[in-house]
Design a protein around this ligand. Structure first.
Ligand code: SMG
Ligand code: MG
Length: 371
């Protein structure tokens, strides 16, 4: 496939309600939409880098900059490109996994569309719908979070994840368990807000029969996670720490996690995400698909990924209306607590031109020099 043109659109989408984590509070989602054009068609990608560098070192303007200067030009100079060739072609650029993932996603979409094959079929999916979990932000009071959880359960969400931080952990978890009982699937995510010194405090979460605790410690503290895994009954899940199949294998070998959250953006793309799925499957480690408040584009790719066989826990793959009054694609809706995995060619969805135009705040493009 020859890439003729790459367009980057910065978009800003208002959230239906503010989303607070231990990292900060978000009122809108800023993202980068990538469109690649080939002689036969086009493909779409979404960069999950946030407005600031709080979740990882990447942020949206940084991703845009590295794409324009260092990642897109080699693709435009290559005679022919496949999705599998993108990562090797860009290996000379260190890091910037979210930026690379967005570009690879757009190339993969274009490639699969050209074969008439869906993301799900291309990645090896074994299900046509996936159970939907929801991530519930930190709130001002415990009754407020209990009400929010009641609303999501009433909609049919299959699993609840509570964001936690020091000072907002035992009380909301206890209240949710007391109100909704032991049968709901419940887990927590700290986004690295604790230290090794908090082990005894975190052990008090063991009383609540949680599915897992996600990323309690700093992303670089694998040994700390391994020590914590030995002292808690609650399974440890890693998010930020796992940036590649190799780091997943290392974390597993060190005993630093029992479960892995797979996010294609964090690990450099859907193809590396699938390798993580495979590494974990070979080690008997279950995985689930994380979320980065994706638009319908990323949500479509994530639903396909989550339909692979070792995605045995519900993912952070909510309906579009969990975050957005208007999505940039046809919205994903909850049906019986599940999302349908798109079956059309490529992602199976594309941006609605009028909505995309409305939410775009900046556009840049690079073209191939010679035809
Ligand atoms: O897409 O539903 C979603 C977001 C799920 O909680 C979520 N994501 O650490 O797992 C995580 C967070 C990262 C995004 S907030 C910076
Ligand atoms: Mg997380």
């Amino acid at each position: 496939m020859r890439i003729e043109r790459v367009e980057l659109r910065r978009i800003s989408l208002p959230l239906v309600s503010p989303f607070r984590t231990s990292l900060g509070i978000e009122y809108e989602r800023t993202a980068l939409v990538v469109r690649v054009t080939t002689p036969d068609g086009e493909g779409w990608g979404e960069c999950v880098a946030g407005a600031d560098a709080s979740y990882s070192s990447e942020y949206v303007e940084g991703a845009e900059d590295v794409l324009l200067r260092h990642l897109v030009p080699p693709l435009l100079s290559a005679e022919s490109v496949t999705a599998a060739a993108v990562a090797p072609l860009l290996a000379g650029v260190k890091g910037h996994r979210m930026a690379k993932a967005a570009l690879e996603m757009a190339v993969l979409d274009a490639e699969l569309r050209s074969y008439g094959m869906s993301f799900a079929a291309g990645l090896g999916a074994v299900a046509d719908r996936v159970p939907s979990g929801v991530s519930v932000g930190i709130m001002d009071s415990v009754p407020e979070v209990v009400d929010a959880v009641a609303g999501y359960l009433a909609q049919g969400y299959r699993r609840i994840k509570l964001k936690i931080e020091p000072g907002w952990d035992l009380a909301p978890v206890r209240a949710v368990r007391e109100r909704f009982g032991d049968d709901i699937l419940l887990q927590v995510d700290a986004n690295a807000a604790y230290t090794r010194a908090d082990a005894r405090h975190l052990a008090q979460l063991d009383a609540f029969d949680l599915l897992l605790i996600e990323q309690p410690l700093d992303e670089e503290d694998l040994l700390g996670h391994a020590a914590l895994a030995r002292s808690l009954r609650t399974p440890i899940c890693l998010d930020e720490s796992v940036v590649s199949a190799r780091s997943a294998a290392d974390a597993i070998a060190l005993g630093a996690c029992h479960i892995v959250n797979v996010k294609p953006g964090r690990v450099g793309g859907y193809l590396e995400a699938r390798r993580i799925h495979d590494v974990c499957a070979a080690s008997g480690i279950p995985v689930w698909c994380g979320g980065m408040l994706e638009t319908g584009l990323g949500r479509a790719g994530n639903a396909a990924l989550a339909a692979l066989p070792n995605f045995t826990l519900p993912g952070d793959i909510s309906a579009s209306d969990r975050y957005y009054a208007t999505d940039i694609t046809e919205p994903f809706v909850l049906r019986d607590g599940h999302l349908d995995v798109p079956s059309g060619p490529g992602l199976g969805v594309a941006p609605l031109p009028a909505v995309l135009a409305e939410v775009t705040t900046a556009v840049s493009e690079l073209r191939r020099d010679r035809p």
